[in-house]
Ligand binder design. Sequence first.
Ligand SMILES: Cc1cc2nc3c(=O)[nH]c(=O)nc-3n(C[C@H](O)[C@H](O)[C@H](O)COP(=O)(O)OP(=O)(O)OC[C@H]3O[C@@H](n4cnc5c(N)ncnc54)[C@H](O)[C@@H]3O)c2cc1C
Ligand code: SF4
Length: 332
Amino acid sequence: MQSFELIRPESVKDAIGAQSERSAYIGGGTTLVDLMKLGVMQPDHVVDTNRLGLDEIEVLDDGRLKIGARVSNSRLATDARVERDYPVLSQALLSGASTGLRNMATTAGNVMQRTRCPYFRDPAKPCNKREPGTGCSAMDGINRNHAVLGTSEHCIATHPSDMCVAMAAIGATVVVEGRKGTREIPFEDFHLLPGDHPEREHDLRSDELITHVVLDAPLEGAVSTYLKLRDRASYEFALASCAAIVTLEGTKVTAARIALGGVATKPWRAVDAEAALVGEDATAKMFEQVALLAFQRAIPLEHNAFKVELGQQAIARALRDAVQQASQGEHQ
Ligand SMILES: Cc1cc2nc3c(=O)[nH]c(=O)nc-3n(C[C@H](O)[C@H](O)[C@H](O)COP(=O)(O)OP(=O)(O)OC[C@H]3O[C@@H](n4cnc5c(N)ncnc54)[C@H](O)[C@@H]3O)c2cc1C
Ligand code: SF4
């Protein structure tokens, strides 16, 4: 690993002051340290966020939930307010990594985690995301784990987070602090599509620090579920996942929020499927129909074409599971 200087600021202001093009913030280090060992990320300065506070979870007056950047994935998943009002987030978090990793991993670090594309993680291989203009090894390589939605000719890497899929479905705001002050970025605008610049992954300026993520107020009477499909039952990233949140009036769907993981280059809101579902009867047949809409613009490649059907099944099953809770009276 390349040598680096560890900076341990005591305030957000000092942390921002210490940040530069050649530095990186560190939360739990479960992504950053890995990538530094591999030589994929080589910051000269590592700015520790451990002493900044930012570790509270607070209900705001308008009913939204404000989560500090340093709240660990374990604590967030088991917070009583999250379990009660956002069970889909709790389920998504608990489906990720392992207990030890979740104890270390922070909310901001999870939002900012990098892709697991093996070519990105191997400095010997061409990769437009790691080294712009060198090409994409996955395009004609082994692309079984790669994305079918939101891809470009320059990058097909998936965003690996489970937590972010739940947040995309719930609706959230990423609050950042930089030298020019505070900005609030809608969650759906935070992660960027690869387009011509896969190296640009998010709307965070080089001096900015994530201080909080604020979840939208929970939908009253909603039922929800997070379904993760993967090669083995634990300690594995999603091949396809779905966070589904619905409200019902009798048998009719009155609101639907559907987000996908494992199949897209960013946490993916299935807006066409949501729009088609609202006002319809909550039947298994209808869920299968709207699931098709979510993949209308999918671009499958040699090894990942199976993800189209897998993703459709994830949507249909997640909706079925959520609605089943409503019939059992388990509102959330
Ligand atoms: C073996 C393994 C299995 C895993 N399985 C899963 C899984 O199934 N599902 C899943 O979702 N995830 C999984 N993960 C990923 C894990 O969730 C992330 O590594 C973790 O959430 C990152 O959080 P962290 O605090 O450790 O981030 P760090 O490693 O500290 O940082 C990650 C990135 O975020 C930046 N950063 C950190 N804090 C801030 C801040 N406040 N503002 C701006 N930038 C910041 C860092 O500079 C860095 O670029 C797995 C990881 C491992 C190692
Ligand atoms: S898919 Fe993206 S991250 Fe993977 S090799 Fe291609 S450019 Fe790099």
